[in-house]
Design a protein around this ligand. Structure first.
Ligand code: ADP
Ligand code: MG
Length: 239
């Protein structure tokens, strides 16, 4: 499998002088296509900072980041926007859906900016929602959907631009344990189709569904291990 992400000695400092916070202290890491990586660690350990750098949402203070072989530091704003829109998909703890907008319209949104024609937008949004099991909820608004369904809409929105990598920061953080397992089952399905998933969580129960677990502590990688992933079957989910 090809390497898709390579970090070399990445550091990140927020602020300056007395108030400077060293959020990452030399992170080196290689991720291959098709891996399902869980990044674990206590609150404040640097998980989101690492995720934001991986997602090209923030720049490191030092070190090198190569994404699909390209040096991220050398990219201009257009290159970065292109990467974020086409190579990466994002999923967040709080779903980040537009409230007064239907599921299908939420999923269409990313394509508005990339100039996809109206009809194709609708077709692709329906396809993505069907893929996450919401083909029968196209016109529901977020407040008419459960938390798990809202997160599925957000995953469909991430999928609609056909990303190679999905970055998810605490995607089950707002969900009960049964629904969390459903969402992990969905991520496992995506990985089975060749998508690389990098997921942040502070729960080891959730990290068990990944094929690789990185533990971050005080801005450093404490451990990095591959494992046989638990199967996120719904029967096994705790009610
Ligand atoms: P985690 O996601 O593991 O909880 P973060 O990456 O959010 O951790 O934070 C790592 C450290 O960096 C923490 O000490 C946090 O307070 C600090 N930090 C995060 N974001 C900022 C910021 N924008 N400005 C200053 N400090 C920050
Ligand atoms: Mg965080």
């Amino acid at each position: 499998m090809a390497e898709i992400i390579r970090l070399e000695d990445i550091g990140k400092v927020y602020g300056q002088g007395e108030s400077a916070v060293e959020a990452l202290r030399g992170v080196s890491l290689s991720i291959e296509e098709g891996e399902f990586v869980a990044i674990m660690g206590a609150s404040g350990s640097g998980k989101s900072t690492l995720m934001n750098i991986l997602g090209c949402l923030d720049r490191p203070s030092r070190g090198q980041y190569h994404l699909v072989g390209r040096d991220v530091a050398s990219m201009d704003a257009n290159d970065l926007a292109e990467i974020r829109n086409h190579l990466l998909g994002f999923v967040f703890q709080s779903f980040n859906l537009l409230a007064r907008t239907s599921a299908v319209e939420n999923v269409e949104l990313p394509m508005l900016y990339s100039g996809v024609p109206t009809r194709e937008r609708r077709e692709r949004a329906i396809e993505a929602l069907t893929r996450v099991g919401l083909g029968n909820r196209l016109h529901h608004h977020p407040n008419q959907l459960s938390g798990g369904q809202q997160q599925r809409v957000a995953i469909a929105r991430a999928l609609v631009s056909k990303p190679s990598v999905i970055m998810a920061d605490e995607p089950t953080g707002a969900l009960d344990s049964h629904t969390s397992v459903e969402i992990m089952a969905l991520f496992q399905e995506l990985v089975a189709t060749g998508i690389t998933v990098v997921l942040v969580t502070h729960e080891s129960d959730i990290a068990n569904y990944a094929t690789r677990v990185l533990v971050v502590k005080d801005g450093r990688i404490l451990s990095d291990g591959r494992q046989v992933a638990a199967i996120a079957s719904l029967e096994g989910a705790k009610k």
